[in-house]
Design a protein around this ligand. Structure first.
Ligand code: DO4
Ligand code: MG
Length: 295
């Protein structure tokens, strides 16, 4: 199944708390309407961990009492699907990313090394305050001149176990990181630097995270100015390997997201502009769409 956080009424009409919605095939159900104890994906993950059942099994037990909703509304009203205390990200996990860093960096050998090394590059990416959901604006830094979206498969973790997958955008400044790899935190972590959504797909819904079609389009002034696709089969690490390095010797927060690295990089001449719209689609999950603003 797929899980959304969903505003049951228009957000403009006052403060509303999103509900947890399960999508089973083409049918959508408001799980929060069935039980107040199910307000978020965290609640579902906690229930699954306590009862030692899968997320989908726990959700299935509530479908009969849940209110059916119109799945056409989900795109417009979806909130960030998981409030992860920490979003982390892996880097240089696809050949295309390694080549792009080599060409942008004053220290290309750093990237060659990490691409080949046993230990992956993992870095802290975002807090909830820096993370946006579907349809919310992602940011480009006002002091950056070369900016790109990074479309990435996101692993959703609860108590260090994989409980789902989502779509992530690791917004990045190429000129700041390119000048010196030690500037990475500034190139990566700033207001609106990360987008997640539109939903979480359970492990049972994603047959193989290492074989998913991933596509990205960027629109400017109503025209498509970037349109490419690839596959997570080009990832040179496994999900288990990345999770293993991420969770060792660190008491990670209960609910977390680990992005797996970018598999698409626009040509060097390309930089994002305010007003652009980025859409990232991953097979078996959905499409994350965000306009771009300057922060
Ligand atoms: O090494 C810098 C970051 C790389 C990255 O974010 C990626 O490969 O996706
Ligand atoms: Mg990245």
């Amino acid at each position: 199944m797929k899980y959304y956080r969903y505003f049951t009424s228009e957000r403009e009409h006052g403060p509303t708390q999103p509900h947890l919605v399960a999508v089973d095939g083409s049918d959508a159900y408001d799980l929060t309407a069935a039980s107040e104890a199910l307000r978020s994906f965290d609640d579902l993950a906690k229930g699954a961990a306590i009862s030692m059942r899968s997320i989908d099994d726990v959700a299935a037990g509530y479908l009969e009492d849940a209110t059916p909703i119109d799945s056409d509304d989900l795109g417009e009203r979806a909130a960030v699907p998981v409030v992860a205390e920490g979003v982390w990200a892996a880097g240089v996990t696809y050949e295309i990313s390694e080549e792009a860093r080599e060409s942008e960096s004053t220290l290309p050998e750093v990237y060659q090394q990490v691409y080949q090394d046993e230990r992956p590059e993992l870095f802290f990416k975002a807090t909830p305050s820096r993370t946006v959901g579907p349809n919310e604006a992602v940011g480009i830094r006002g002091d950056s001149t070369w900016d790109v979206p990074e479309p990435e498969l996101g692993i959703v973790l609860y108590d260090d176990e994989v409980v789902g997958y989502t779509v992530g955008n690791d917004m990045s400044s190429r000129d700041i990181e390119g000048k010196n790899p030690l500037y990475l935190p500034q190139a990566k972590v700033y207001d609106r630097c990360c987008a997640l959504g539109p939903c979480i797909s359970s492990p049972g819904t994603v047959a193989d995270p290492h074989d998913l079609r991933l596509a990205m389009t960027i629109e400017r002034d109503g025209e498509v100015c970037y349109d490419e696709e690839t596959s997570t089969s080009k990832l040179v690490r496994t999900v288990d390997e990345l999770v293993s390095y991420h969770t060792r010797h660190d008491a990670t927060p209960r609910m977390g997201v680990l992005l797996t690295g970018t598999s698409l990089v626009p040509e060097d001449e390309f930089t994002l502009q305010e007003g652009d719209v980025v859409s990232i689609e991953i097979e078996s999950i959905g499409t994350l769409r965000n306009p771009v603003t300057t922060v």
